[in-house]
Design a protein around this ligand. Structure first.
Ligand code: ASP
Length: 343
C-alpha cells in the first residue's frame, strides 16, 4: 500500500456482485476475493491501496440480520484508523436496511462507508458490478485537502451516490435499482464524479463511536381499507413488542374507527412506541393536517416525517438498543440524527 494516495478496505458480505458463474454447472458461487484484481485488472491502475476482508459465509442479503450488521460495524471499528474509506459489497435486496442501520451504529463518522453491489455477477459480460465497484472505490478513496471528501454511509449504484438511510430498493430488474425521493443524490458519476458538496454531511469532529446494541422487538402494521379488528388487535397486542411501525395513508392518515383508536391507546399506555410513516414513497407525515390523523397526534403516536421504511425499522432497533425511556425514544425519533429526516 506504499506510496498510494489513499487506502480502502473492501468488506465482502455476499450478494450477486461477488459471485462467478461456474463454467461447468452455470451455478453462481462466491469467488475468492484474493483474486479480485484478476477479475478486475483496472483496479491495479488506481492510486488507491486496496485490502479486502470476505465474510466466512457470504450471504444472499435476504438473509441479512442485525447480527451481521454488528459484525460489519465491528470490522469497521477495528480497521477505522488503518484506512481512509470502506466499501461494503452487499446484495442489493436489503442494502438500504444495512446502510440505514450502519448510519445509526456509526456515530461521528469522518470517513466514507460506501455500499455497493450489482444486479449481474462480475464475470458476466454485461455486468454492472465492475462499474459499481470501481466507482465506489474511487469515492471511498476520494480526498480533498488531505481529508476524505465523503464522511457518511452511502449507497453507490448505477452512476449515483445516495445517502444510505434515504434509499430503498425500487426495481428488481433494472440496473438503476435504488431511489432516494426525499433527498438529492450526493454525487453523480459521468465523465467525472460530480459531488453535490452542499448535500454531504459534515464529518464528525468527535472520535468515532460504534453502537453495537440493537433491539428487534418491533412489528409493522401496514394499513389497508377494511383491515380486520381481530387481526389488527392481535398484532398490536403481540407479547413483547416494544415498538410498532404504523404504515399509514398519504400524509399519515388512518381510520378513525373507535376500536382502532382504543387499541392504539392501550398500547401507548403500556409504553409501546408507535411510529407513523407513510405508505407513499415520497413526501412526509404531517399529523394533524387531516382529521384522520389528528387523533393519532392526540394519542401520542410519533410522526415519522419523511423517514423511509428502512430507516424507520433500523432507527427504532438502534434507539431501543440504547435502553432509553419511551419519552427519550420519541424525542430521538423526531430528531435528525444522521441526515435521515428532513426538518
Ligand atoms: N438476492 C441478491 C441479494 O440481495 C440480489 C443482489 O445481490 O443484488 O443478495
Amino acid at each position: 500500500m506504499k506510496n498510494k494516495q489513499s487506502s480502502v478496505l473492501l468488506i465482502y458480505t455476499g450478494g450477486t456482485i461477488g459471485m462467478m458463474q461456474d463454467a461447468h454447472t452455470n451455478e453462481l458461487r462466491p469467488f475468492d476475493f484474493k483474486t479480485l484484481t484478476q477479475q478486475i485488472p483496472e483496479l491495479n491502475k488506481f492510486d488507491i491501496g486496496l485490502s479486502s476482508i470476505a465474510f466466512k459465509k457470504p450471504i444472499d442479503s435476504s438473509n441479512m440480520h442485525p447480527v451481521v450488521w454488528i459484525e460489519i460495524a465491528k470490522t469497521i471499528k477495528e480497521n477505522y484508523h488503518k484506512f481512509d474509506g470502506f466499501v461494503i459489497l452487499h446484495g442489493s435486496d436489503t442494502m438500504s436496511f444495512t446502510a440505514s442501520a450502519l448510519s445509526f451504529m456509526l456515530e461521528n463518522l469522518s470517513k466514507p462507508v460506501v455500499l455497493t453491489g450489482s444486479q449481474l455477477p462480475i464475470g458476466i459480460i454485461r455486468t454492472d458490478g465492475k462499474e459499481n465497484l470501481i466507482t465506489a472505490i474511487e469515492i471511498a478513496g476520494a480526498k480533498e485537502k488531505g481529508k476524505p471528501l465523503v464522511s457518511e454511509v452511502c449507497i453507490y449504484f448505477e452512476y449515483k451516490l445516495y445517502r444510505g438511510n434515504r434509499t430503498f430498493k425500487y426495481n428488481s430488474s433494472h440496473f438503476d435499482a435504488f431511489r432516494s425521493p426525499n433527498y438529492q443524490p450526493l454525487a453523480e458519476a459521468g465523465v467525472n464524479i460530480q459531488y453535490n458538496k452542499s448535500a454531504l454531511l459534515k464529518p464528525g469532529v468527535k472520535p468515532l463511536k460504534v453502537h453495537l446494541e440493537l433491539d428487534n422487538d418491533i412489528i409493522v402494521l401496514k394499513l389497508f381499507p377494511g383491515i380486520s379488528k381481530k387481526i389488527t388487535s392481535s398484532i398490536i397486542n403481540t407479547k413483547g413488542v416494544k415498538a410498532i411501525i404504523l404504515e399509514t395513508f398519504g400524509a399519515g392518515n388512518c381510520t378513525t374507527q373507535e376500536w382502532f383508536t382504543a387499541e392504539l391507546k392501550k398500547a401507548i399506555d403500556r409504553g409501546v412506541i408507535i411510529l407513523n410513516i407513510t405508505q407513499c414513497l415520497e413526501g412526509t407525515v404531517i399529523q394533524g393536517m387531516y382529521e384522520t390523523s389528528s387523533h393519532l397526534k392526540k394519542l401520542g403516536v410519533v410522526g415519522g416525517g419523511d423517514l423511509t421504511f428502512e430507516a424507520a425499522v433500523t432507527k427504532l432497533m438502534f434507539l431501543l438498543g440504547q435502553k432509553m425511556s419511551p419519552a427519550q425514544i420519541k424525542k430521538s425519533l423526531q430528531t435528525n440524527l444522521r441526515g435521515e429526516l428532513t426538518h
